[in-house]
Design a protein around this ligand. Sequence first.
Ligand SMILES: [Zn+2]
Length: 195
Amino acid sequence: MDRASDYESEGRRFESCRARHETLLPAALPRARRRAKQPARSLEMKMDATWMAEALAEARKAEAEGEVPIGAVVVHEDRVVGRGRNARERLRDPTAHAELLALQEAARSLGRWRLTGATVYATLEPCPMCAGALVNARVDRLVYAVPDPKAGAAGTLFDVPSDPRLNHRVEVSVGVLAAECGELLSSFFRSKRVK
Ligand SMILES: [Zn+2]
């Protein structure tokens, strides 16, 4: 099924997804508090918001191009080495997801396929294809804003980054700029329904 149409009745579904996300937050709080006591961790959280804002900017570009607004960036040694935004319609390519395009650009920038030391920031939880690509690319870490109850493969429907049967594990953080990234998706599908 087309990913856009997956979201067509989305407003409601997405709101329930956000509600679900909010219910997830209290469980994450003790860890967040522990983190806050550690200056290195609190800096990491601040940087996570900074980089997620870059991914959100990519998502906004996708929206302007009439695509489902999803964006991603790859960060290595405190700089963005890859950017991607959903381009399925524009490229007429079922694999043109934000995360894959960002990984491809990062591999070109770094001159290697193995993206050890990199963190991927995505506005929506990656699908099975993209979560698989993160494992194949050997990225250190994935940070995503909003869980995807329809296709999420980083903790929702599947948990590819943490699956012990695979040969690489990716650390996952959820919820950075969730309100902003979620609102962009919700408003996109609201406007689609009005048309
Ligand atoms: Zn994907």
